[in-house]
Design a protein around this ligand. Structure first.
Ligand code: SAM
Length: 255
């Protein structure tokens, strides 16, 4: 079975079909992933005094569930009903409850959420890379900015596209997508497209088209949307060598 997911147009989250949602957790590898990153996000959100946290790219819930387990009041949002349904199933089996779960497109995040405001937002697992249009990225980040309370924090991560574009792809599979029974890699990689192939142990294949965001560009977008004091980490550490890390995390603040 092969599913080609997403052209560079239209609703970016419609590519997460029900069957891909069923396979997603094999790719994530919850246990190894949370062992690497769970404490990092908890520490930063906790140190910032966050209580109400919105995960705007919940997917099947790996971070939303983990943050709820740490005691945050988590609102789980995703554009894909399929992914969100799986996240709610996962929350139930881990014995946690989301404050709310809602299918929302980032582009209309603040309109859909109305007057709700949060202490922090997370957008993890290389999600922001789904937007292919510069103006859509600006619109989404301005919407995220508006749903945060003054002083609110945004944590956003991405694959290290700088190294992928400049040095070629090599991943230790140690961060973020840690599943062992899936072969992941780019089949096309250039300035405007990173097309990833996912081949699971039972032969199921999926493709995702993503935009290779460079870290400086994302920092620029964050500042353009009004965020300040942007901190960057490589594989959860700083300082870091951009040629050595798999993922880059950026933490930014609403003044
Ligand atoms: N954070 C999860 C994880 O790490 O496993 C999911 C990551 S997955 C790469 C990206 C998620 O972002 C998908 O669930 C997708 O539906 C969602 N997404 C992509 N574009 C979106 C948009 N414009 N609005 C809302 N959600 C979107």
């Amino acid at each position: 079975m092969t599913e080609a997911l997403n052209a560079n147009t239209g609703n970016h989250f419609t590519q997460y079909t029900r069957s891909f949602a069923e396979y997603w957790d094999d790719l994530v590898g919850w246990e190894a992933r949370l062992a690497r990153e769970g404490a990092f996000y908890n520490r930063h959100l906790h140190a910032h005094g966050a209580k109400q946290v919105i995960d705007i790219a919940t997917g099947t819930g790996v971070n939303a569930v983990s943050l709820a387990q740490y005691g945050f009041e988590v609102t789980a949002v995703d554009g894909s009903e399929n992914m969100l349904a799986k996240a709610q199933e996962n929350a139930k089996s881990y014995g946690v409850k989301f404050a709310e779960a809602k299918a929302v497109d980032w582009l209309s995040l603040d309109e859909t959420l109305g007057t709700e405001r949060f202490d922090a937002a997370v957008c993890l697992g290389n999600s922001f890379t789904h937007l292919f249009d510069h103006e859509d990225r600006r619109t989404a980040l301005r919407a995220i900015f508006r749903i945060l309370r003054p002083g609110g924090m945004l944590i956003i991560d991405q694959r290290n596209y700088d190294a992928m574009l400049d040095q070629g792809y090599s991943s230790k599979h140690a961060f973020c997508y840690t599943g062992n029974n899936v072969d992941v890699g780019p089949v096309e990689l250039h300035r405007s497209l990173a097309k990833f192939n996912y081949v699971f142990s039972d032969g199921a294949r999926f493709e995702l088209n993503m935009y290779p965001l460079r870290q400086d560009y994302l920092t620029h977008l964050l500042e353009d949307a009004g965020f300040v004091n942007v901190e960057r980490y490589g594989d959860m550490r700083r300082p870091y060598d951009i040629n050595e890390v798999d993922f880059v995390q950026q933490i930014a603040f609403r003044p």
